[in-house]
Design a protein around this ligand. Structure first.
Ligand SMILES: [Zn+2]
Length: 247
């Protein structure tokens, strides 16, 4: 088996003294793992540098069998992102997005490349100096949708009513109307129209311009709570991002 594809490195786990097992996301093959032999000591052709940044890579993996762990034969930088590692809040946002994609289970229809493209363009926006909070909030919402955990924002998850939407249930994944939410009003987050519009927005990049900074942070928190519900443990990059982005 041979995979040759564009890729983004999601995670590296040390293996023996000199190698990594790397997890990458690709447009057609979804998330794949491979052994990067010798990469921790530099490896061939600067493979270490390629795997440690936020760069878009061109990779080649070879494996003896389709379900065997392959070997990363090549990882070249296709599009370098050299500013990002030096922007603390932007790189914390980038790390958070890599963690989110690593955490979520690839859907069966992941092969259309939308998840890869979403992550790739979000990292590119961060590299170019876009507001890390806006990129994090918008990308997490978009990624949740692509992974099948999208918000139901247009009507109440309890009764289907389209009017008097007041609250959000992260557990149920969407809007809750005034009547259904009343018994839980002390627990359910309250949201305004701008938030419901942002939740319903499936465009990319998301149009968050209608949101204040507080609303953007609220939107970010919703996404983070949804991610925390899906994984076995809380998102590790959440707190450091909040501190660095001073939100
Ligand atoms: Zn309702």
């Amino acid at each position: 088996m041979r995979i040759s594809a564009r890729a983004l490195a999601l995670r590296r786990v040390p293996f023996r003294d000199d190698s990594w097992i790397v997890t990458l996301v690709t447009p057609k093959h979804g998330v794949v793992s491979a052994m990067a032999r010798g990469a921790r000591l530099g490896g061939r052709d600067g493979i270490r540098g390629a795997l440690t940044g936020f760069h878009t890579l061109l990779i080649e993996i070879r494996a003896r069998a389709p379900d065997a762990l392959g070997t990363l034969m090549r990882a070249e930088i296709l599009e370098s992102r050299n500013h990002l590692p030096f922007l603390p809040d932007a790189s914390a946002a980038g790390q958070l997005l890599l963690e989110a994609v690593h955490r979520l289970e690839m859907p069966y229809d992941a092969g259309d490349g939308a998840i890869f493209e979403c992550l790739d363009s979000a990292l590119q926006a961060l590299e170019r100096g876009a507001d890390p909070l806006a990129v994090a909030a918008g990308s997490i919402s978009r990624l949740l949708g692509l992974f099948g955990h999208g918000w139901r924002a247009g009507d109440c998850v309890g009764c289907g009513s389209r009017s008097r939407l007041r609250f959000i249930s992260v557990k149920r994944g969407g809007a809750v109307c005034e009547a259904c939410g009343a018994p839980y009003a002390d627990r359910l987050p309250k949201a305004g129209e701008a938030i419901f519009a942002a939740m319903a927005d499936r465009s990319w990049p998301p149009r968050l311009s209608g949101l204040s900074r507080e609303e953007m942070f609220f939107f970010y928190r919703l996404g983070m709570e949804a991610l925390n519900r899906i994984g076995p443990r809380p998102m590790s990059g959440d707190l450091s991002f909040q501190q660095l982005a001073r939100v």
